[in-house]
Design a protein around this ligand. Sequence first.
Ligand code: 5GP
Length: 209
Amino acid sequence: MTRGLTKEGMLFVISGPSGSGKDTVIDKVRALDPSIGTSVSATTRPIRKGEKEGINYYYKSIEEFDALIEAGDVLEWDVFQGNKYGTLKSELDSQLQQGKFIMLAITVPGALKIKELFPKESVLIFNLPPSLDTLKSRILNRGRETTAEADARFRAAIENEIPKAVLFDYILVNDNLDETVDSLMSIIKAESSRFSRNETILKDLHLVD
Ligand code: 5GP
């Protein structure tokens, strides 16, 4: 069991450069603890081979995305490499009300916005690659983007993303996947065991009036 005592819902928000492996880490943690939910974002980025509507993203036109913002359905959104990405209110609200833990992989500004909206529920975790060389080769070798796009993602990582790690609650260095997953599970357990998230515990155990 990954969770500590709290019965409240929590948001574990992971940011980090493209190629730091955050989606893989989240998939592994969720495979080990299927009670942890996730949030499917909306995006204007074109669907990639192997991706599925409603599983990886809700794929929207620019007009559809803007209409969602206008309707107040988007909690936070950001532009990354020319495409819009946003967290949908509908994805978080019901899961939080049910007391679920949710993992989100979003950009740094998105993570900071979630912290502003949910200061009590959210924990921000920055996922670093073991070195810049590793990051560069991971981005280039996965072959998902053109070389120019991969270069832009690498530049975004060193110029905009990694310097913001100082604003996060935790840092992971994703060298060995199993160890990174283990660290993340420990963060989840420790954060959900904080006294501030379990203030009624003494009463619940009938230890105080
Ligand atoms: P990709 O195109 O590789 O799927 O995602 C590009 C970046 O957008 C990644 O850093 C990813 O974590 C981020 N992203 C995905 N969904 C959201 C979202 O809903 N909000 C924000 N702010 N970023 C997102």
